[in-house]
Design a protein around this ligand. Structure first.
Ligand code: ADP
Length: 544
């Protein structure tokens, strides 16, 4: 200790067989920072050293039974007392020489009797100071060790806290990840799965943990995954990534992307398989939908191109006679006006009128196509007798057709009154009837109209070329035709327009036919159609 700091008390053992000597020594050494212990024999001294840590032992050499040297050698023998400094007190010069020869001077000193108090205090003081220094360095070493231990403990607990925090973060990330993550052991058995994985696979965690990674898929795919695990195990593959469809134990079909990689330790030993799963059902659905739309668009483009070719051809057919007749008329009027009598002109004009009529019809049909396609066909509903309308159409078409053509019979025993669009219904009857006349091979055509409960039933039957089975559905689609272009002109639009109008009225149209035997087209219409309907999927407003 230095400065004004309190000194550590030092114990001093005084050993002498004479109590008067002990008392004299004690009074010489007495100091508040010394604790003096007295022993009147070697045995008593040995007992004392067992209980005290002495800074120094002052040992009288000449004692009966056990002399000072014997005590000293016993002290040196014992581990605990081996280093205790000893000051021998003797009157013999021979003893002193012996002491300096026999002992290591650092731990032993000698005092000549009669004792010089000053020398005594100084020698004891040296050993006490040494003792205190030793104690100080021991304490400092202990404090240093303790500080180091505390520091180490602090670092350890900080590291543990950081580890706990990172473990918790890892846990949270694993569990809350927006994709399914699972770990499987080297045999492929699940050992850990997160919530999203259970959700995607639609299975509770416990149930899932009792299965293996390949079990997420059905047989074929399960085998494929098992084979990929083999390749990852052997190091042949580094990663497995594929889309799979899940069906097992599920009512809904789910598509997933599955990625598997192998986790190895520092020695390259396989520790875990890591599987990452994501639900891509919606994306797959959109892809399928997009594929369907692309196919539909392609088909639409093909149909439009076909249509343009046919439309050009069809428009050309009436335009050619129109041009020829007009040119010849002009020539006659210029060069031989005398030949242009009213009856002759009337004949030519009626041919012109016929061609213009055909062009008009074609243009009307084209207009209907565009109206129906964009859903802008409007219905003007009114109450009328369908039987009367059928008669009117039959009479009109009879007037237009060749006298040698088919006969048309109408079987309509009673009026069939309902609420429909008369103009559009006329189109329906006219299209069906003109088809029957066109494809009817000049054989009789029968039109039957009847009422059944709250519905009207119209049938147009012919005995002509008929329609092959495969075409019976598609001829109701836009631009679809079943007859050869060489023999029969046409846009392939009439039946599509019929179906659109009939469905817009809430009805249906169908055909029964055998090739070579004829066809029967049936229209089934509610007497009152629903207030407003969409036409071919698009909005059609209703008037009247
Ligand atoms: P278009 O007659 O202008 O070709 P439609 O839409 O009216 O167009 O008819 C589509 C196809 O249905 C026709 O090309 C024809 O092959 C077939 N079809 C329609 N009506 C009859 C019928 N009465 N007999 C035989 N085939 C018919």
């Amino acid at each position: 200790m230095s400065g004004g700091a309190e000194l550590e008390r030092a114990s001093i053992l005084l050993v002498d067989d004479r109590s008067s000597n002990l008392a004299a020594l004690e009074s010489v050494l007495a100091r508040p920072d010394y604790e003096i212990v007295l022993a009147e024999s070697g045995e008593a001294a040995l007992r004392e050293v067992l209980h005290h840590d002495f800074a120094v032992v002052v040992l009288d050499v000449a004692m009966p039974r056990m002399n000072g040297f014997e005590v000293a050698s016993l002290l040196r023998e014992r581990e605990l007392t081996r280093t205790v400094p000893i000051i021998f007190a003797t009157a013999s010069v021979y003893d002193m020489e012996h002491i300096y020869r026999a002992y290591d001077v650092g731990a032993v000193d000698c005092l000549r009797k009669p004792i010089d108090p000053h020398e005594m205090r100084s020698k004891v003081g040296v050993f006490v100071e040494l003792y205190r220094q030793r104690r100080r360095s021991e304490r400092q070493a202990r404090e240093l060790r303790e500080a180091q231990a505390r520091e180490q403990q602090l670092r350890l607990s900080r590291a543990e806290a950081a580890l706990r925090e990172s473990e918790a973060l890892y846990q949270l990330t694993f569990e809350e990840a927006p994709v399914g993550i699972g770990q499987a052991d080297p045999e492929g058995r699940w050992v850990r799965v997160n919530g999203r994985l259970c959700e995607i696979l639609g299975r509770p965690r416990d149930e899932l943990l009792a299965t293996s990674l390949p079990d997420i898929c059905d047989d074929g795919d399960a085998d494929r995954i098992a084979a990929s695990l083999d390749m990852l195990r052997s190091g042949e593959a580094r990663i497995y990534a594929r889309e799979h469809e899940l069906r097992a134990n599920r009512s809904l079909r789910t598509w997933i992307t599955l990625t598997i990689s192998a986790l190895r330790d520092g020695d390259g030993t396989l520790v875990r398989f890591i599987a990452v799963l994501d639900d891509v059902t919606e994306r797959r659905r959109l892809e399928v939908e997009r594929g369907r739309l692309v196919a539909e668009l392609r088909e639409g483009i093909r149909a439009r191109d076909d249509f343009l070719a046919i439309a050009a051809h069809e428009l050309k057919t009436p335009l050619t006679p129109l041009t020829l007749v007009t040119e010849s008329l002009l020539r006659k009027l210029e060069k031989r006006p005398e030949e242009c009598s009213p009856p002759a002109l009337a004949k030519q004009f009626s041919r012109l009128d016929e061609s213009v009529g055909r062009i008009e019809k074609l243009v009307d049909a084209l207009l209907d196509v565009s109206r129906i396609s964009v859903g802008r066909l409007t219905l003007s509903l009114e109450e009328f007798d369908l039987a009367a309308l059928v008669d009117k159409v039959v009479a009109r078409l009879a007037a237009e057709r060749e006298p040698s053509g088919s006969t048309v019979t109408v079987n309509a025993r009673e009026p069939v009154v309902g609420c429909w669009d008369p103009f559009r219904m006329e189109q329906v009857v006219a299209n069906l009837l003109s088809n029957a006349l066109k494809y009817g091979s000049d054989k009789p055509v029968e039109v039957t109209l009847a009422r059944a409960a709250d519905r009207a039933k119209l049938e147009v039957r012919d005995h002509g070329i008929g329609i092959p089975e495969e075409a019976q559905q598609r001829i109701f689609e836009r631009f679809e035709r079943a007859a050869s272009v060489q023999n029969y002109g046409g846009f392939g639009l009439g039946l599509w327009i019929v179906r659109s109008i009939v469905e817009c009225h809430g009805g249906t149209v169908s055909v029964e036919s055998r090739p070579g035997e004829g066809s029967a087209f049936s229209v089934n219409l509610p007497l009152r159609s629903a207030a407003s309907r969409s036409l071919r999927g698009a909005a059609a407003t209703q008037e009247g």
